[in-house]
Design a protein around this ligand. Structure first.
Ligand SMILES: O=C(O)C(=O)C[C@@H](O)[C@H](O)[C@H](O)COP(=O)(O)O
Length: 357
């Protein structure tokens, strides 16, 4: 079992990583709660919900809510349904929400926890590779018709319990999605971690959980360190958004679920690398990264049918925008991200080239 400690000005909490944590969940609860509300989805529920309920069987107040799997669950409609059902239970403020699932469930359940009775305790139990990222740092929320994650809060969990046994049942598409964020953490962190990952995960087929586990922990440590230094995204936390400015626009414009979050971020990273070269007049190892992404089965091109105008307009809703400009996380070198406003015309020209070539 491994442990990372997240320390922020507002909250300290542990991230526990290990096999079979769902069976011993109570060992990691720092206190008991008046009720437990498990929120999960219809892919995860048949696999792991009963295990978690069994671990909580000492309590007579355990409730579970199962939502449809996928990004579309991060909606006002699903949020309202959950809040209506939870309010009807007449629970008190000593209740605890448990998010059992991937990034969508963590964001949605976390937003329910942050807003029900102005905030109740919340535990993240990530079950996917992607949620190595989203479960840490307290970003919770839902999507809006204008874009991803536009409604939300910073609301930390009491603990993150990452049962790595759940990764064994993940489909390949979920592995790809999570892999993109693992790789992102290396690219923004340091040449050392980037080279280590390139060597140790040369291809998608070469991944085995045993050798991958230390890399996953290294990616989580990058995230933990950034969050500890900039809890509310006033500065360096924006670096974690590398690839997301275009990635979120692609996800939204192609229709949630067509590409996974990680796949859209992979394309966004390639675009941000090209934009970095253009704006800073530097050479980055873009060809090397493209070749690596291809071996990892990650997409590198904008899906057919999307136009530069459409993506530009969508990016205008990005949360990083400032003073009328779309803001990108660019790279001066591997491990040297920088937050930079970019003129619409520059984005638009490169998008057109990216789409056509
Ligand atoms: O935790 C963060 O900060 C991140 O930006 C991590 C991202 O990888 C993650 O996808 C996040 O949900 C995006 O946040 P948003 O603020 O752009 O909605």
């Amino acid at each position: 079992m491994e442990r990372l400690d997240i320390q922020t000005p507002h909250k300290n909490y542990p991230v526990i990583i290990g096999d079979g944590l769902r069976f011993k969940l109570t060992e990691f609860l720092s206190k008991s709660y008046s009720a437990y509300v498990i929120i999960t989805d219809d892919h995860v529920a048949p696999l792991y919900l009963e295990d978690v309920k069994t671990a909580l069987s000492f309590s007579t107040n355990v409730f579970d809510f199962v939502v449809p799997a996928g990004e579309t669950a991060k909606s006002f409609a699903t949020y309202k349904r959950l809040i209506d059902d939870i309010v009807a239970l007449n629970l008190d403020r000593k209740s605890c929400v448990i998010a059992l699932g991937g990034g969508v469930i963590g964001d949605l359940a976390g937003f329910v926890a942050a807003t029900f009775l102005r905030g109740v305790a919340f535990i993240q139990m990530p079950t996917t590779l992607l949620s190595h990222d989203s479960s840490i740092g307290g970003k919770v929320g839902i999507n809006h018709e204008h874009g991803k994650n536009l409604i939300g809060a910073f609301y930390h969990p009491e603990a993150v319990l990452y049962d790595t046994e759940c990764l064994k049942t993940l489909p390949a598409s979920e592995w790809r999605s999570g892999l993109a964020e693992v790789v992102k953490h290396a690219i923004i962190d340091s040449p050392e971690l980037y080279h280590r990952m390139r060597q140790e995960i040369p291809t998608f087929d070469a991944i085995d959980l045993h050798t991958f586990a230390p890399l996953l922990k290294a990616a989580m440590a990058v995230k933990a360190n950034v969050v500890a230094n900039d809890e509310l995204e006033a500065g360096m936390r924006k670096f974690l958004n590398f690839g997301h400015t275009l990635g979120h626009a692609i996800e939204k414009e192609s229709g949630y679920g067509v590409l996974s979050h990680g796949e859209a971020v992979a394309i966004g990273m390639i675009f941000a690398l090209r934009l970095s070269e253009r704006i800073y007049h530097i050479a980055l190892p873009v060809a090397e990264i493209i070749a690596w992404f291809k071996r990892l089965s990650l997409p590198i091109a904008i899906p057919k049918g999307l136009t530069s105008q459409q993506l530009l307009e969508r990016m205008k809703y990005d949360k990083k925008r400032a003073d009328g400009h779309i803001v990108f996380v660019l790279l001066k070198a591997i491990g040297e991200p920088e937050v930079t406003p970019v003129e619409d015309a520059v984005i638009s020209n490169l998008l057109a080239e990216f789409i056509n070539g």
